[in-house]
Write a protein that binds this ligand. Structure first.
Ligand code: ATP
Ligand code: MG
Length: 424
């Protein structure tokens, strides 16, 4: 029988890699906590209409990439392709706005998109994201951008750049939309098929096309910055001034429009030059129209999402994986010794040590070898004699220093042991 394997675009995250994931999650959690963001966990599948309305039917995500199926109750269900729609649904459904105005939320978890799998582009991938619901203030835009930069810097990434743009408000976009239609229409036959289709439906999204010929034409298109009204212009200037005050460098990218329909005012991406085609590690912006669009109260909002797989690809190039920490490797041989080792391991763990117990019963020399392979700081050895006297041999692997000690004494000197383990 042939073995069953993972589906295309999905993969196992094995223990050898998990430290990267845990480090990223811990850094994000710590930074978000300090900024008073609270975690929210929404279902992984939702009604398909949530994403159709919340992301927009003319987008790639909804048009081509969703995992949609009928459940046994004949409901149309979609595995979430992104986090914002679910968070906004939860905000509305649970009347979170009634619980004291502004909500600063974050989430992390798997997302699903039917894409062509390649490096940095998976069908099941993972995001960490934030959403601030209930403020139109440009300080909120700057706060979320600063948090994203802080997380990326703290996990140790380098060579990242921040691109920002303003996509204006509804009225600005209406004017800009017409300017784009006027500009692209004479070039229509040269555009890729998707862009031709978008020309009347959603011409802003042509700017987002990854087709090379289309991009050449896009290079000559009018800039949205020339179509911003007074309000959008002022918002954007405040954002830029505050970024400068924070020492966060950025570049203006008037072609940056984001793939999703609900964005207003600020749009931004954080990009790495070390990732090839899948270069964006974090994307976000303001989406003042979405909460109302999904049936909630008129609520201004801003947020971002970052792709963890892409962060890990970058980290793997920069940092060797830190070895997992192991304080004691417990070596034992002989019936009584093996039984005592179970008890000793338990007591040491309760005292706060990381303890791995050898279960093989193989000769001492083999167990010692494994202790070294596992990277233990010290070995605890129980043989027949030690079991008889309730002692244990304590051997420090770096120096080879070894001494016999009563098991009770060992457990009474945990502070001293902890110090020696930290500075062997
Ligand atoms: P791209 O242009 O690369 O397709 P996107 O605009 O579709 O990105 P968003 O929807 O803004 O991406 O998602 C935010 C982040 O999530 C991206 O910047 C990226 O880091 C990550 N991401 C998106 N799609 C995938 C995927 N299929 N596999 C891995 N990471 C992804
Ligand atoms: Mg995409």
């Amino acid at each position: 029988m042939s073995a069953i394997k993972t589906l295309p675009g999905t993969r196992d995250i094995l223990p050898a890699e998990i430290q990267y994931w845990q480090n990223i999650e811990e850094v994000a959690r710590t930074i978000l906590k300090k900024a008073a963001y609270r975690e929210i966990r929404t279902p992984i599948f939702e009604q398909t209409s949530l994403f159709e309305r919340g992301i927009g039917e003319a987008t790639d995500v909804v048009g081509k990439e969703m995992y949609t199926f009928k459940d046994k109750g004949d409901r149309s269900i979609t595995l979430r392709p992104e986090g914002t729609a679910g968070v906004v649904r939860a905000f509305i459904q649970n009347s979170l706005e009634a619980q004291g105005g502004l909500q600063r939320l974050w989430y992390a978890g798997p997302m699903f998109r039917y894409e062509r799998p390649q490096q940095g582009r998976m069908r099941q991938f993972h995001q960490i994201g934030v959403e601030v619901l209930g403020s139109a203030n440009p300080r909120a835009d700057v706060e979320v951008i600063a948090i994203a930069c802080d997380i990326l810097q703290t996990i140790g990434l380098k060579n990242l750049r921040l691109d920002i743009n303003s996509v204006g408000n509804k009225e600005d976009r209406q004017n800009y939309r017409q300017a784009l239609i006027d500009y692209f229409t004479p070039h229509k036959s040269e555009l890729d098929a998707d862009s031709q289709d978008r020309l009347t439906r959603n011409p802003l999204r042509i700017l987002d096309s990854k087709n090379e010929r289309t991009q050449e034409i896009v290079a000559g298109a009018p800039s949205i910055l020339d179509y911003l009204g007074e309000e959008s212009r002022s918002h954007f200037e405040q954002v830029q001034q505050m970024l400068k005050n924070l020492g966060i460098s950025y570049q203006l990218n008037p072609r940056l429009v984001r793939g999703l329909d609900y964005y207003t005012y600020t749009a931004f991406e954080i990009i790495s030059d070390d990732l090839g085609a899948q270069a964006t590690v974090c994307g976000g912006g303001r989406y003042d129209g979405l909460v109302k669009e999904l049936g909630g109260p008129d609520t201004a909002a801003v947020g971002w999402a970052m792709g963890i797989e892409r962060l890990i690809i970058l980290l793997q190039k920069l940092q060797p994986l830190p070895a997992p920490k192991l304080d004691f490797y417990l070596v034992s041989r002989g019936e009584k010794a093996e039984q005592q080792s179970v008890l000793l391991a338990q007591k040491l763990r309760i005292a706060g040590f990381i303890v791995e117990m050898d279960l093989s019963g193989s000769p001492f020399s083999k167990q010692f070898k494994r202790a070294a392979q596992r990277g233990a700081v010290a070995c605890l050895v129980l043989g027949d004699a030690e079991a008889e006297n309730e002692t244990v041999q304590l051997k420090w692997l770096a120096s080879g220093e070894q001494s016999a000690i009563a098991q009770s004494e060992l457990l009474a000197m945990t502070t001293e042991l902890q110090q020696k383990i930290n500075n062997p």
